[in-house]
Ligand binder design. Sequence first.
Ligand SMILES: [Ca+2]
Ligand SMILES: [Ca+2]
Ligand SMILES: [Zn+2]
Length: 335
Amino acid sequence: MTIFRALQQLMGGAWGLRLVGSLMAMLLVIALKACGGGGGSTPVSVIPTAPPTLVPTPTSPPAAQFTIDVRFPDTSLSPSQQSIIRSAALRWQQIIVGDQPNLPPTNIQANECDRGFPSTPLNFPIDDLLVEVRARNLNDERILGGSAPCFVRASNGLPFYSVILFNTQNLADLEGRGDLPITALHELGHALGFLPTVWEPKGLTAGLVGRDQPTPAGYDPRFIGLNAVNAFNTLGGNATSVPLENQFGAGSRDSHWRESVLGRELMTTRIDREVANPLSILTVGSMADIGYGVDLSAADSFSLGRGGGAAEPLELRELDWVMPIQRIDAQGRRV
Ligand SMILES: [Ca+2]
Ligand SMILES: [Ca+2]
Ligand SMILES: [Zn+2]
């Protein structure tokens, strides 16, 4: 059930790894390290008499009540790799803050999603999202891996069990180059539901062709959720919808923001190396559109455009990993 696509390219000097992935899965590109600007402050002259002004009391951010339970069912990821992925989950917990109803024990069996996923029967309560992470040899070193939800809450279509798979052929290199943190953050975005399989039942997309269809000339898939659209326009866009990726094949197409427009944003298909790949209000807005309670103020700053200076992008091809999404109700029964 797994299809790999895409390929990778080495670009002059450094390497650009290109991966295309799966439909359900995704991929990501990453870059790392935010750079920043810091700057000095300009001297300001003192002007007498400013009347005291009332400064609005800052509202405290919503209490984080959303838990991502990351599990590693085997030793295919090293302790340091596991630690990086747990840190990425903690970053998402700053973004997704609204509690979801706990899932009661279910009769979901091991391997229902894919080989090794779940690793055990899901006969225990889940609060709020369980993500199982493994690495295995994917027999194509251009493929980074992939991620996808497998089971969602029938009440709201949000995942409570998702999977992430890395490729043992390149995982150590990814970590060694410093690209694993941003890659993990990107994959967890997909695990949380950043994918057409979650968007489409909610009516949040327009113009997508079927995943098995060739890319039409002039293809223009869009995300139409209002929070994302508002964020897009705040960031410098001017449109009533947000462009989704319209090229690069399955695993990249449709399931990311359009690289040519959104550039360095985290949920584009290429990680821009050695610069920040911000988790912006655009992606946070899309998470609100699918139903999460979010804290927009926790987003990274960002504005449209690649912003210059990006070294060659690391284009990671994601696995074209298709899992049927199953819906489970509040009593743990299949719907
Ligand atoms: Ca909960
Ligand atoms: Ca990018
Ligand atoms: Zn992706």
